[in-house]
Design a protein around this ligand. Structure first.
Ligand SMILES: [Zn+2]
Length: 394
């Protein structure tokens, strides 16, 4: 008996996996909450000004973002989009109003969120366990053709300017301009447009090429002396949207030592989404048209319809893997140093499955681990790539 027991013990001992020798598997939450997580595009300020949402309150179910949910999602650095449609007359005033709305939240919550203007401010905020808040101005029209207004926005904490939105200023053509207007007299940057880029380089403000047309993009590459960003764009080779970046552009950004922050919008990451969206709009055309007629704009009309027809909207959401594919495509094309996250939360009406709101950033980390990414490379994607570019612009 004793001998048999001994044999069993020996067999068990030899079967025991040698876990001591293997490196301990790290849980995704350990990586995620230790990394500096940066998102370069969130549109909550638009909703704050348009609808009066107060985002230091719990807005679960109403918006993608609020102060406590950012914390839950492990977000450390938020670049807040300052946006108005390119057609408005008082864009600079709106920009300041949106900035006021963030400043009010910061003033009320000094233990949770702080304005940061540079790399060392960001590190300090992270150390103090506070969210570092910066602005990104979306659309060159917001400087109203005046370099002093550009500087004023910089002085209030804007660290990037998206040169165009869809409706562009007179000095740069957007992707919408360049693809829908074949009679465009000039494409790309005018002399003043080049001055804007030069001024931004001098100030230490990142040039953002999301939304710009191809010619504007290549003009920027020629003029800029600092690394650039795409604050919220994905990959054209995977989804042929004019808002996405072609391989040649991705390579040029890598060569410039810049970074592409991948957008979560289903229409930019899922090739089959466009067709589903068309069918949805067709089905609800009468209702949609009447909302538009009543004065509701296109974006809020879509938002209204998606919220009303929840089950249909749910069925249209792409899997999380579609987003990961865009990150991985850029990594395979140019390396892991040139990609990050530019969610567009609260600027998009639908998100990929599982990425319901800003509390869900950790599942991106989980998915990257499952894809075989090392901790070092995940940290780059989550934020350190963007921080490198921000620092290089200072
Ligand atoms: Zn945008």
């Amino acid at each position: 008996m004793k001998k048999a027991l001994l044999i069993v013990i020996i067999v068990l001992a030899s079967c025991k996996p040698s876990t001591e020798k293997k490196p301990k598997a790290i849980h995704f939450e350990d990586i995620h909450f230790n990394a500096i997580v940066v998102d370069t595009h969130n549109d909550i300020l638009m909703k704050a000004v348009d609808n009066g949402v107060v985002f230091d309150q719990d807005l679960t179910g109403k918006t993608h973002s609020d102060l406590d949910r950012w914390k839950t999602g492990g977000l450390d650095v938020q670049i807040f989009s300052v946006f108005s449609d390119g057609a408005v007359k008082n864009a600079f005033a709106i920009a300041n109003q949106e900035m006021d709305s963030l400043d009010a939240v910061v003033a009320r919550n000094p233990s949770k969120i702080v304005k940061a203007t540079n790399y060392s401010d960001i590190l300090k905020a992270v150390k103090e366990n506070k969210i570092a808040a910066l602005f990104g101005v979306e659309g060159g029209h917001m400087i109203e053709g005046d370099l002093r207004k550009l500087e004023a926005l910089y002085n209030r904490g804007a660290r990037y300017l998206t040169l165009t939105h869809n409706v562009a200023p007179t000095w740069a053509t957007s992707a919408a301009d360049e693809t829908t207007n074949p009679d465009l007299p000039n494409k790309g940057l005018t002399d003043f447009g080049k001055q804007v880029v030069i001024k931004m380089n001098a100030l230490g403000m990142m040039v953002d090429i999301s939304h710009v047309g191809d010619q504007t993009f290549w003009d920027v590459i020629e003029v800029t002396t600092k690394p650039i960003i795409a604050s919220h764009s994905s990959v054209y080779s995977l989804v042929a949207s004019r808002r996405n970046l072609k391989d040649s552009q991705i390579k040029a950004i890598a060569k410039n030592n810049g970074v592409i922050m991948v957008n979560f919008h289903p229409g930019f990451i899922d090739d089959s989404f466009g067709e589903k969206e068309m069918a949805f709009l067709q089905k609800h055309k009468i209702e949609g048209d009447s909302l538009l007629k009543s004065g509701m704009d296109e974006w809020y009309t879509m938002d209204f319809l998606y919220k009303k027809y929840t089950n249909e909207a749910e069925a249209m959401r792409p899997p999380l893997s579609k987003l990961i594919d865009h990150i991985d495509y850029i990594v395979k094309l140019v390396g892991v140093d040139y990609v990050g996250l530019g969610s567009d939360f609260d600027g998009i009406n639908l998100t990929p499955l599982q990425l319901d709101d800003v509390t869900t950033y950790p599942i991106i980390t989980k998915a990257l681990i499952e894809k075989g990414y090392s901790e070092e490379n995940i940290i780059k994607v989550l934020g350190s790539n963007l921080l490198r570019v921000l620092k290089a612009n200072e």
